[in-house]
Design a protein around this ligand. Structure first.
Ligand code: GTP
Length: 307
């Protein structure tokens, strides 16, 4: 069975850096990993990629030939990939036996909230090739610093979840930079747990730029809360404890942790119900489970620091 991750998120959210860091981490813990670059705008890759969409189609060629801008060009490239899905299958075939796959996707939000091309490629992998994939949706943590931007991050995440209909982990990436645009109004768990968005209203009322859209934002918050689907986990890709915490969630969501258990319902239930440390500790790395409060302490300023 093939397991892997679909790494998505808006431009600059850290997808390529994530694929690089996660693939190094996976190799470190003994998992044979291949990175597949499906972003034709990725010109400089920090990782060694096993498959590169550039071998099929180049964004600059499309833009020149059809007189398209970068967004239109990317949509064209994804349409082309969908039509040439056999190319992808041929390239992935040698990896299917024993590799864990990381897919680096383009950052155009509309590909994962609106168009069906990327979704159809993914559905083919999941439904026809029997891949077990989790969508890892990265959102830059600095969006928490402004209520309006945070609401748009929530909406974007919800739209991607509803559009893709896959196991899905939303991630606040670059958590080490979370307060680089100023101190946050709430504790970190407010932003990760998405429990009560009515508190945001007070901050939206104070912001003259948001005033015009206050009612709209209020209604959008109600939609997000009604679905009650979105929450976030945090990531600093340079911190291997942070990477491991995310990997644990992903492994549980796509069933990787259950892969070795054949017909043993007791073992299955034990893993499904337990907080998961599984066999990551087999490897000689000094890992600890970091609680959210520890993440907050590490990356956010205490009120006392301001005195
Ligand atoms: N401090 C910090 N910087 C990060 C982290 N993750 C990514 N970055 C930086 O964020 C910038 C953008 O990262 P990329 O990996 O290129 O983002 P991307 O989503 O692939 O961007 P596009 O290809 O344009 O869609 C780079 O300068 C990275 O070094 C992180 O966890 N912490």
């Amino acid at each position: 069975m093939v397991f892997g991750q679909l790494v998505i998120g808006p431009p600059g959210s850290g997808k390529t850096t994530y694929c690089n860091g996660m693939s190094q981490f996976l190799q470190l813990i003994g998992r044979k990993t291949a990175v597949i670059n499906l972003d034709p705008a990725n010109d400089q890759l920090p990782y060694e990629c096993a498959v590169n969409i550039e071998e099929l189609i180049k964004l600059e060629d499309v833009m020149a030939q059809y007189d398209l801008g970068p967004n239109g060009g990317l949509v064209f490239c994804m349409d082309y990939l969908e039509k040439n899905i056999d190319w992808l299958k041929d390239k992935l075939e040698p990896l299917m036996k024993d590799h864990y796959l990381l897919f680096d996707f383009p950052g155009q939000v509309e590909l994962f909230t609106l168009h069906n091309n990327a979704k159809n490629v993914i559905l083919e992998m999941v439904n026809k090739w029997d891949f077990r994939l989790t969508a890892v949706h990265l959102v830059d943590a600095h969006l928490c610093s402004e209520p309006g931007m945070y609401v748009s991050a929530l909406l974007m995440s919800l739209s991607a979840m509803l559009h893709l209909e896959l196991p899905h982990i939303n991630v606040l990436s670059k958590i080490d930079l979370i307060e680089s645009y100023g101190k946050l109004a709430f504790n970190l768990d407010f932003y990760t747990d998405v429990q009560d968005l009515s508190y945001l209203q007070h901050y939206l009322d104070k912001d003259i730029w948001s005033e015009k859209y206050r009612k709209l934002t209020e209604k959008l918050c109600e939609v997000i809360e009604d679905y009650s689907l979105v929450n976030f986990t945090t990531l600093n890709i340079q911190d291997k404890e942070s990477v491991m915490d995310i990997l644990k969630l992903i492994d549980k969501s796509n069933g990787y942790v259950f892969a070795g258990i054949e017909g043993n319902i007791t073992e299955f239930n034990k893993i499904a119900a337990a907080p998961l440390n599984w066999d990551y500790y087999r490897y000689p790395l000094p890992f600890f489970f970091i609680q959210l409060s520890a993440v907050q302490e590490k990356y956010m300023k205490d009120d006392e620091d301001d005195r």
